[in-house]
Design a protein. Structure first.
Length: 265
């Protein structure tokens, strides 16, 4: 089936690819109405800190640490003047805690010295800050400031290649190529929906192709099992059974253990 699907899209024109990408984006919106930023925050600074901590760990783990962290450190000045040993101990559960401590202290200093203690809301300013790259900046812009942005994480990179939207591994090139396919107003939510799909359906090693709402539009259909029963067992998350129904699969095929919030990077 992979060969037939790939052959079907082999002669696709740029306009055809854009139309297919936008149709897939609409289906993703219907499939994942619950898609959202899975890092907990109440203001832009908290989101910036959470994204720094999310490197090489899960959003679930970060969300376990940040309530206590945010209660202790409320402003950039708090991070700038933080006791390193104490901050390291707080961040230890997130992994790479020494490097993350260093990033947060430097971030606090930079915000105090260059931006009067206020997190900027422009991409060029954000990426100039310690610990904040383009991916992190787009997360902050889209979710804290309402500025559309495409977040290219490992899931987004994997899926956009599988979808045939891009043939590229460089995150910046992927960002710009997808931006040409999808309307700007949808960039932030598209990022969440693709990431949700990657965590819940289109897994790295074995995607649930036979229980995927994008099956008829995806050139990589067949990478994972295409039969309903084995595919349904691969669905993850609290809406796993609803995802099965959306794909026309018997929800009873989804094991009870799958209906839990995914805890993956």
């Amino acid at each position: 089936m992979v060969v037939r699907s790939v052959k079907r899209f082999a002669g696709e024109t740029p306009i055809g690819r854009k139309r297919r990408a936008r149709k897939m984006a609409r289906v993703l919106a219907e499939t994942h109405p619950d898609a959202h930023c899975e890092l907990d925050f109440t203001n832009p600074l908290e989101l910036a800190v959470a994204t720094v901590l999310s490197a090489q760990t899960t959003d679930v783990r970060v969300n376990q640490v940040t309530p206590g962290l945010f209660a202790q450190y409320r402003t950039p000045a708090d991070y700038a003047s933080a006791d390193r040993a104490r901050l390291e101990e707080t961040l230890r559960p997130t992994g790479f805690f020494r490097a993350k401590t260093d990033s947060l202290i430097k971030l606090g200093n930079a915000l105090v010295e260059r931006y009067d203690g206020v997190l900027p809301n422009k991409l060029d300013d954000l990426v100039s800050l310690p610990g904040i790259g383009r991916k992190t900046a787009n997360v902050i812009l889209g979710n804290a400031f309402g500025v559309p942005g495409i977040t290219v994480d490992t899931h987004f990179r994997r899926l956009t290649n599988r979808f045939g939207w891009v043939q590229e591994e460089d995150p910046v090139k992927i960002e710009f190529q997808v931006a040409d396919l999808i309307e700007k107003r949808d960039w932030t939510m598209l990022s969440h929906r693709v990431i949700f799909h990657g965590r819940r359906v289109c897994h790295s090693r074995k995607p649930a192709c036979g229980a995927c709402t994008l099956a008829t539009m995806c050139p990589s259909y067949g990478t994972g099992p295409t039969e309903a029963a084995p595919a349904a067992k691969l669905l993850k998350g609290p809406r796993a059974r609803e995802l099965a129904v959306a794909a026309g699969v018997d929800p009873d095929l989804v094991p009870a253990a799958a209906v839990t919030a995914p805890d993956v990077p």
